[in-house]
Design a protein around this ligand. Structure first.
Ligand code: SF4
Length: 176
């Protein structure tokens, strides 16, 4: 299977890549995360995906879209903001997978116990239907800690907040 993995960041990609490669899946990556703010953070996460993908010899397609104002000006509740955020990214992944002949697409977001897992699954399946491509769903969460440990050993940057400017402003870690 030729699988496109939407990579939200390097550490979250480690475990899914590890298990899928062992199973013989051919993985290519997509870095499309216009939700990540501020700019320094966007670039730092991208650089770490470059570092990780070079280590694992995974080709990755990069998009440099940066849309802080969309997240900054969003007026709804958190769950609505995250719905928008997952939808924008997974719609792009589905369209890219369809246009470039992948068998399916997935996302590294499915490894994180801090993300809204069922919402991601639902949005991924809807994007798949819309674009006529398969969504590879799998609950990677049991491997989250292992993946984070491996990321640490590889010297990858492990961020302290989800990604958007709202999560940055709300994080107790970014205030330190
Ligand atoms: S909290 Fe995370 S998932 Fe939700 S909108 Fe912000 S970056 Fe996106």
């Amino acid at each position: 299977m030729k699988l496109l993995m939407h990579m939200c960041c390097a550490p979250c990609s480690v475990y899914p890549v590890e298990v899928l490669k062992k199973e013989g899946v051919e993985i290519q990556g997509l870095y499309y995360n216009p939700n990540i703010h501020p700019k320094e953070e966007f670039l730092r996460r991208k650089e770490n995906v470059e570092k990780f993908s070079a280590l694992k010899e995974i080709p990755v397609s990069y998009f440099d879209d940066f849309k802080q104002e969309v997240w900054e000006s969003f007026k709804g509740q958190e769950v609505e903001r995250c719905t928008m955020c997952y939808s924008i990214r997974l719609d792009k992944a589905a369209a890219f997978a369809r246009e470039n002949g992948y068998d399916a697409f997935t996302t590294s977001l499915l490894v994180s116990p801090y993300q809204k897992h069922e919402l991601i699954k639902d949005i991924g399946e809807k994007a798949a239907l819309k674009h006529g491509v398969s969504f590879y769903y799998r609950d990677f969460r049991p491997g989250f800690r292992q993946g984070q440990q491996m990321a640490k050993e590889m010297g990858l940057y492990r961020q302290k907040f989800c990604g958007c400017i709202v999560s940055y402003n709300e994080s107790p870690f970014t205030k330190k």
